[in-house]
Design a protein around this ligand. Sequence first.
Ligand code: ZN
Ligand code: ZN
Length: 235
Amino acid sequence: MSTRLGPEHHLFTQTIAARRLVSEAEATQLLTKCLTLTEKQNSTNLKEHTQRINAHLSQLFLEIRWGTCEVDGTKYLAFVNNKEDEHSKLCSNHPAVAFGFFKKILDEVIMSDDGQINNTDCLTLSNNLPDQKKLTYTAARELLTQWSADKWLIDNKTNNSYQLGPRAIIELGQYISTAYGSHIANCMLCQQLCISGQRCDECNSKFHGHCLQRLINRTKEGHDNRCPKCSTEWN
Ligand SMILES: [Zn+2]
Ligand SMILES: [Zn+2]
């Protein structure tokens, strides 16, 4: 940690902190821009750059954390405050009742077989919140729109459902693993938290769709509807 940070690190950190979540592609562009603007020629890659920044940020309980969107496999970097609890992470700009609503959604998504909740069912949850609280449909809809824009949720238009977005996976992953322990599985391929994925009926292993797709692309045999773990054929 003896290496000091340069202006290219400061500029990069400020931008990520302001945006809160950026894709790997956006962060790569940002790094190039930071190196150009600060006239740094050093060849650094995104991993090294964030590691070096994190060595300093950790003293402040801050972190630029990598994670992956469960739905499409896109990698993201999130600016995370490790001192903040789940409530303030999610709802700093919303009424306290909003956290109760998100928690209900989380319960339903995690207890579901496919890691999703139907849009209508989701709205209905706002009627029955802890401590007999309620949100109007308009307020609930506004929250869902905001959470989708901020990538806490993914509004899956093809099947009218919500899934957990990359920000929820990155920022709440630890909380989810602790709070829902026995209901949680990791993907057998990437070993990361897997809420939305395919489960093998035979061996009960779970896999992200994008991890399975990458495996299929790599094997090039044009098959393979088999469980990568136990080789049972899926139909
Ligand atoms: Zn995976
Ligand atoms: Zn299996």
